[in-house]
Design a binder for this molecule. Sequence first.
Ligand SMILES: [Zn+2]
Length: 574
Amino acid sequence: MAAPSRNVLQDELMALGFSPEDLQSVQSAMEVQKISMLTALEALRKVDPRQLVDVLGPIFGCPVVHLEDRDVQQNIIDLVPKELAQNFRFIPIDRSANNLIVATGTPQNSDMIKAIQLRTNFFVRTVLASESRVTEALAKYYATTMNMADLKVDESGFDGGDAQKRKEIGGDSSDDAGITRLAHYILQQCLSTGASDIHVEPYETEMRIRLRIDGSLVEIQKVKLAWKESLLTKFKIMANMNISEKRLPQDNNMSISIGGKPVDFRVNACPTAYGEKIVMRILDKSSLQTDMTKLGFDPSDLKKFQESIHLSNGMVLVTGPTGSGKTVTLYSAMAELNKVADNITTAEDPVEFTLPGINQVPIRNDIGLNFATALRAFLRQDPDIIMVGEIRDLETAEIAIKAALTGHMVLSTLHTNSAPETVTRLLNMGVEPFNLVSALTCVVAQRLLRKNCVRCVAPDPSVSVKNLIELGFTPGFAAKARPMKGTGCATCNNSGEKGRIAIHEVLVMGPEVRQAVADKVPPMELKLICMRAGMRTLRQAALYKMSQGIVSLQEAVGATLADNNVERSDQDPV
Ligand SMILES: [Zn+2]
C-alpha cells in the first residue's frame, strides 16, 4: 500500500481536531522517542482511538479492525511467538490458507512483515488497529507470566542493599525496599538472560522494562506509573547522576557488584514526553571474547585475518551494521597484537572496554577531538599499531591510509554491508584508487546469526534437498546437509533460538582484486572477482552454518543478502 500524501493526512487529522502544534509534537515524538504515528496521536487523547483508526485506515489504504469487538482464538495466537508479537506490537487475528492477518498500529512496517513471514511461513496481511487496543490485546493474549507479587529475588549477592529486603512488592506505595528490590531484579534478569541492554521506558499509562537479548528487545516487566519517579531516581543514584536534572540527557558509568563479581554499565538518561527513558548497556569485561579462535571464524578465514593483522604495515577493516559484533573482533585483534607490539594507540567513540597496556583515547567531538585530529596526533607519537573506531569521512580515511602507507598497521571499522562494498564506499568517499590498493590489506565483513536452541533443536522437515540446490548447493552437498530448527522450549523462551554466532566474509587484497579496484570495475563485477579470488560471501558462510544445523534456514537467509547477479558458485559453501 502506498504512503498517503502528507497533505491528505494532515488535512484529515486537522479535520478530526488536531492543531498544527499537535501535529508538530507528534512529529517530534516520532523522531525522538521512535514511536509510531498512531501511538503519538493517541497519546494526545484528543480523539477517540476508534474514530482515529476509522479515519486513518482509508488514508493508508488499509482495512481497520477494532480489537475490543472481537475475541481471537487461541490457536491463532499460538501461531506467533510472544516476543515477536511484543517486539513489533501486533496481534494475529485470523488465518486463511497461507495468509496470516495481523492487527497493528504500524501496518506498513516492512521489517515486521518480513520477520513474521520468516518465523511463521505465512504470508502476512496487515490491518490497522488502535495502538492502545493492541497494548490491551497483547496483555490479554500474551499475558506476561511474571507477576510482581511472585518475585522472589535473592539479593544476598547484591552489595549495598538494605535490611528490609523481604518486603512484598506489589502494593501501591513505592517504598524504598520495594524499589531497591525491583531495580535489583531488573539488573539480575539482565545478567541471567545474557542481555546486552536494559531499557526503562515511561509511557502515558505505565512503564515498560525491556531487555535486548540476542539483538531483539523483549519485554520482561510492566511497572505501574506510581513507581516511575522512584525507580528512575534509584537508577540515576546508582549511576551517580544529578537526580534533579530531568530536562537534559545525562551519561555516566555505573559499577555494581553482583555475587562478588563487578559489572559495569554505561547508563544514559534521556527526557521523553512521559519522563526520562533510561538505557543501560552492560560492559561486562568477562564477556569480551579476546580469544580469536573463539570468535566463530572458520579456520581458513581466521588464518587469513591473523596473517593480515600481523603484517608490519597496512590497513585492516572490519565492517558490518551496528550490533554485528565488529568491535569485539577488533578488540580481539588488538589483544593478540598486544602480545607482540609495544605501542598500540586507539581512538574510540566511546572507549567500551579498557585493555591493559594500550593507549586508548576517547573521542570528544564537543571539544573538536574527532577521529581525524586524534589520528593526526597519533602519527607524531610514532605508534606501531593504530586503531580508529570508525572511518566515517574522507578526512579520516585519507589519514588512515597515509598512516598505513608510512609503516603503521591501521585497524578500523566501516558501516558497510559486505567486504567488496567497503572498497566501493571508500572510493565513493573520494579516496584515490591507487592509494587504497597500496594501503588496504584485508576487509572482514561480519554478522551475528541467532543460533538454534541446543535444547529443542530438531531436523527441519520444511527444507528439502531441492530447496538447498536452489540456494546454490551442489546435489552432493545438499544431500549431506542437516537443516535443523529449534522447536521452542522454556530455555529459549519458545523462540527456538538461543545465543548467537558470528559469520565472516574475509577479503584478502590479492593481485587480481587490487588490479580490479585500480581499474574501478563496477561493484557487481568486483564482487565476482573477489569470489573467484577465494572470498566466501556472508550468504555462503551462513548457509554453511545452516548445513551444520547451527542456525535455521530462515535465520541464514533472513540475516544475509542473496549473492544475486553473481554467477552461481560451482563450489559448495565450505
Ligand atoms: Zn529451546
